[in-house]
Ligand binder design. Structure first.
Ligand SMILES: C[S@@+](CC[C@H](N)C(=O)[O-])C[C@H]1O[C@@H](n2cnc3c(N)ncnc32)[C@H](O)[C@@H]1O
Length: 250
């Protein structure tokens, strides 16, 4: 890590550096570049959506959020004091590490007396439906240790089934990261919305690059009656920053 934005031990920073390097190396590989090229062509000309064949190809791929986006997500979570965070799309758990650092540090900053108990009052709800990926994510969090692992609750399976149940048990959600195949973005947002606090942040990746895939998401967040304000920031591929500001609930 070259910037000074992340507060973490040298061990966690070193782990993140290695994981990002592995992810970026995969992304620049010939097979992944060709995969995305054909994906765009097939979508544009045949309106072909995400398929089980795509899932098979992605099973051993990180597709981690890029380092600069992860740093922004961490800083946004820190500056808003986010305690309860949802991550839609966990893969090998790279962005989750940043979210867990932020949730744990926010909890420590808020605690005035008594021990800080991870999971009580602050947590990251991570979601992954590929068992092998979930296993790798857990290994990385274990390697990261106390600063990270205890703050994460991993839901293993389809978030459309599992997320509403876990969200229902949570007092409020402060932050949602959408880093998932585009057809899942709106279902994830709608699963979390009943517990989103006024002013909650929603960050979604690749909203310029995959604008067509995000159509239902944009139709929803741009409808004023749903309570969101949104901006596409000029990160690579576009990074959406939405704020939940429904009227009459401030
Ligand atoms: C882009 S990757 C996430 C990368 C991760 N945020 C990171 O930075 O390391 C998206 C992940 O979402 C998972 N996923 C896709 N559909 C899902 C669903 N319905 N429920 C849970 N996870 C899902 C995929 O298996 C994939 O690993």
């Amino acid at each position: 890590m070259s910037s000074n934005s992340i507060v973490a031990s040298p061990r966690v920073l070193g782990l993140l550096k290695g994981l990002h390097a592995a992810s970026l190396a995969q992304e620049s590989s010939f097979s992944l570049v060709v995969f995305w090229l054909f994906k765009v062509i097939r979508y544009r000309f045949a309106k072909e959506k995400w398929s089980s064949r795509d899932d098979d190809f992605m099973r051993d791929k990180f597709i981690a959020l890029e380092p600069d986006k992860c740093e922004l997500v961490y800083l946004l979570a820190r500056t808003t004091g986010a305690l309860n965070i949802v991550e839609a799309g966990t893969s090998f758990g790279v962005s989750t590490i940043y979210l867990a650092l932020a949730a744990g540090q926010n909890a420590a900053a808020k605690a005035t007396s008594g021990p800080i108990i991870p999971g009580q009052g602050a947590k990251v709800i991570a979601t992954e439906n590929e068992p092998e990926k979930a296993k790798r994510a857990k290994q990385h969090w274990k390697e990261a240790g106390e600063e990270v692992e205890p703050w994460i609750t991993l839901l293993e399976g389809d978030l459309r089934e599992l997320l509403p149940l876990e969200v229902n048990k949570t007092s409020q959600i402060d932050f949602l990261l959408l880093d998932i195949w585009t057809p899942m973005a709106l279902p994830a947002l709608q699963a979390v919305q009943p517990k989103l606090r006024h002013g909650a942040l929603i960050v979604a990746d690749n909203t310029a690059k995959s604008r067509a895939g995000y159509k239902d998401f944009f139709d929803y967040v741009c409808n004023p009656s749903n309570g969101f304000k949104t901006l596409t920031t000029p990160f690579k591929g576009g990074l959406e920053v939405c704020v939940y500001l429904p009227e009459n609930t401030a």
